[in-house]
Design a protein around this ligand. Structure first.
Ligand code: 8IG
Length: 275
């Protein structure tokens, strides 16, 4: 671990950095290969304890390319978890958001590292705002597709990657065998960190969005580039600005996440067990 993050050096290959990080994870855990990776966003953290037996917990900062957590409540830990069926999951509790301004390489480093550990399934979870009035705070929703409003991409150069069925239909169907009431919608990634104006939420609605958030779309693109199958889940912690009449507060968002956490974490654990 040096002071300079190698991802910030333009001539460094970010995939080399991810391979180095994966090697360090393998050395620190003694686990040569992980099968599944999960990024646990706000509201989903409790799933870490329900999915299986955590055999190793690492400080993400100790691993090449990862940064210190920007936000209290976003624990910067990586865990290796033994699933009941014998598979290995890498739990990423160390999300770097685009709004932190460290560049998109750092945003997707955890996904690329997960792929380099061998993971072929990437489960991306987040807390987000809902545009559909029927989604009360605490509702988990499957991501069916996304609209990337960051005007950025994790792909560099002339790298043309198809994003059809990015959020795997197979995995969405599998999730609905666990909870048939799961609804789904299109996730709009805004840059943040401000929440949207009500006018921006109306724009998102008109262009086909149902969920507004500040993560996940860029990560999903990187996961697809790495050849992983992606499952996306949003916890609706608030109705988006203007859909709900009261102003949004980060405290309320955290509260909604806390009360929904046991239910959605149990749901996620059952989905992982069915993979
Ligand atoms: I939690 O309403 C959460 N994250 N962009 N908008 C955006 N991100 C969010 C929101 C929201 N709620």
């Amino acid at each position: 671990m040096t002071d300079i993050n190698p991802l910030d050096v333009p001539e460094t290959d970010p995939f080399d950095v991810a391979r180095t990080a994966a090697r360090e994870i393998a050395e620190a855990t003694g686990i040569a290969r992980h099968d599944i990776a999960l990024t646990l966003g706000s509201g989903w953290g409790r799933a870490a304890d329900l999915i299986g037996e955590t055999t190793h917990t690492l400080d993400a900062e100790e691993i090449t390319g990862f940064s210190a957590p920007a936000l209290a409540g976003h624990a910067g830990k990586l865990r290796s978890v033994l699933l009941p069926g014998g598979k290995r999951a890498l739990l990423i509790g160390a999300r770097t958001h685009y709004y932190e301004g460290h560049g998109v390489r750092r945003v997707v480093h955890s996904v690329r590292t997960a792929a380099a550990t061998g993971a072929t399934t990437m489960i991306l979870t987040n807390g987000a705002g809902g545009i559909r009035e029927t989604w009360t705070p605490g509702t988990p929703v499957l991501i069916s597709d996304h609209i990337n409003l960051t005007a950025d991409s994790p792909l560099e150069g002339a790298t043309f990657v198809d994003l059809t069925d990015l959020y795997s239909r197979r995995l969405r169907d599998l999730a609905r065998t666990i909870d048939p009431t799961l609804d789904e919608g299109v996730y709009c990634q805004f840059r943040g960190p401000h929440y949207e104006t009500p006018a921006e939420v109306q724009m998102a609605r008109v262009i086909g969005g149902h969920i507004v958030g500040m993560s996940t779309a860029l990560e999903a693109i990187a996961a697809r580039q790495a050849g992983m199958e992606v499952l996306g889940l949003s916890l609706i912690t608030n109705l988006a600005a203007g859909i709900q009449t009261e102003p949004l507060s980060h405290a309320e968002v955290l509260d909604a996440g806390k009360s929904a956490e046991p239910v959605i974490s149990a749901l996620l654990a059952r989905i992982v067990a069915a993979l």
